[in-house]
Design a binder for this molecule. Structure first.
Ligand code: NAI
Ligand code: MG
Length: 383
């Protein structure tokens, strides 16, 4: 029997292209793994009314972890229209299979490394450094810890508001402006966080910093406005920081850090944030190190983890063997690390860095013409 059982979920569009490419690299490493194909995505919604079929959940429960490509998702009205005719009147509701995965397997931690590899033409060039061909790239090497199950993405939303919720809210005098606008004109999305959720994400950020010799952990919040949720997160962060005396713990507001990150990204080390702020700041960071073709992510729980590039299914490039496979290959690197195969993870990263530096191959996003498979094969040759 193979040492690892890995659920293999290409999903839709370029998810399939980048997963095929990543497999070439894993095969070159001779990772002792069995890969179990699992269905996920838009096709299964349309044909079966479920983007995350029960058989997929069963496979996930029987594997060590999963690698996931990308899926297509569309708004509720289009979701209904594209359902197979025999499913149209069944009252089915589309749910994002990724959000469901995170909740079902309690994948509470989203980890996104953002590292610029020297030679990538898409690396951020600082504004104070001269622009033009001689501009010096500013190398970024940071990791974002994003709480993955609570906060603004907890899914507790209303439109229209149930009468009971509306009445309860209207007891608060601050509701006056909306009360005047009338129940039928008000939508509500909530931001619910728990002490446990805050503690877990902050602790993981500090533990990561300690383990990897990182010097600074920055909390990204907005407690001056979001007094209760942001306040709880900030208090938990400050309390935990006391147990890590060697690490500089500081705080930044989400808006301010977007500005600072754009000016001095190399100053940051480990960032920790609630779900939505983590989503925002990690896309900003991805932009500084080459964009969607380079951004990898891990969704980690206590006993299971799902690894994925952060990009979507890019339908216009689907099946064209054209997009950058590096984001997915770096996600596989995160998977190897989580499995405890650090030496293999290091080989993958070194090969990626070498291929970027040499610029013998590269996809369209870095201004070159190689195919997805050519880039993957060159990385595979180097591992
Ligand atoms: P997207 O990430 O699929 O693509 C946006 C653009 O980024 C592409 O048109 C392409 O120019 C570029 N791009 C993305 N990945 C690339 C790669 N590996 N190499 C080179 N260039 C790349 O985002 P978009 O267009 O907003 O969404 C398309 C579909 O994907 C939607 O249905 C959306 O809901 C879904 N989506 C799924 C995600 C997931 O599965 N985790 C995440 C984001 C979007
Ligand atoms: Mg995002």
């Amino acid at each position: 029997m193979a040492k690892y059982r890995i659920a293999w979920m290409p999903g839709d569009g370029i998810g399939i292209d980048v997963m095929d490419a990543t497999r070439v690299v894993l095969d070159a490493l001779k990772l002792d793994a069995e890969y179990l194909h699992a269905d996920i995505g838009w096709d299964f919604w349309c044909r079966e009314g479920d983007a995350l079929p029960a058989r997929t959940i069963k496979i996930l429960k029987e594997t060590d972890c999963a690698l996931f490509g990308a899926i297509t998702s569309k708004p509720q009205t289009e979701a209904k229209e594209e359902l197979a005719p025999e499913l149209q009147d069944k009252g089915l509701q589309y749910f994002s299979p990724i959000v469901r995965l995170r909740q079902l397997f309690n994948l509470h931690t989203n980890l996104r490394p953002c590292k610029s590899y020297p030679g990538n033409p898409l690396n951020f060039r600082g504004t104070e450094v001269a622009t033009g061909p001689n501009a010096r790239e500013q190398l970024v090497d940071l990791v974002v810890f994003r709480e993955n199950t609570e906060g603004m993405y907890g899914g507790v939303e209303f439109f229209p508001l149930p009468q009971s919720v509306y009445e309860a809210l209207c007891l608060n005098p601050k509701m006056k402006p909306w009360k005047e606008k009338g129940l039928e004109n008000v939508a509500l999305s909530t931001r619910i966080v728990s002490r446990q959720g805050c503690e877990s994400i902050c602790r993981q950020a500090f533990e990561f910093a300690k383990k990897h010799g990182r010097k600074r952990v920055t909390l990204v919040e907005k407690p001056n406005v979001l007094r209760e949720t942001g306040g709880l997160m900030t208090r938990v962060f400050r309390e935990l920081a006391k147990s890590y005396p060697g690490i500089w713990a500081d705080e930044a507001n989400i808006d301010a850090i977007c500005m600072w990150m754009f000016k001095n990204p190399q100053d940051y080390d480990v960032l920790v944030a609630e779900n939505m702020f983590g989503d925002i700041v990690s896309d900003l960071c991805a932009g500084l190190v080459g964009g969607l073709g380079f951004a990898s992510a891990a969704n980690i729980g206590d006993t299971y983890a799902v690894f994925e590039p952060t990009h979507g299914s890019a339908p216009k490039y689907a099946g064209q063997n054209k997009v950058n496979p590096i984001a997915c290959i770096l996600s596989a690197k995160l998977m190897l690390e989580w499995l405890g195969e650090q030496a293999m993870a290091d080989r993958v990263e070194a090969a990626v860095a070498k291929v970027i530096r040499e610029r013998k191959v590269g996809t369209y996003d870095v201004g070159m013409k190689s195919t997805t498979m050519e880039v993957a094969s060159e990385i595979a040759r180097n591992v």
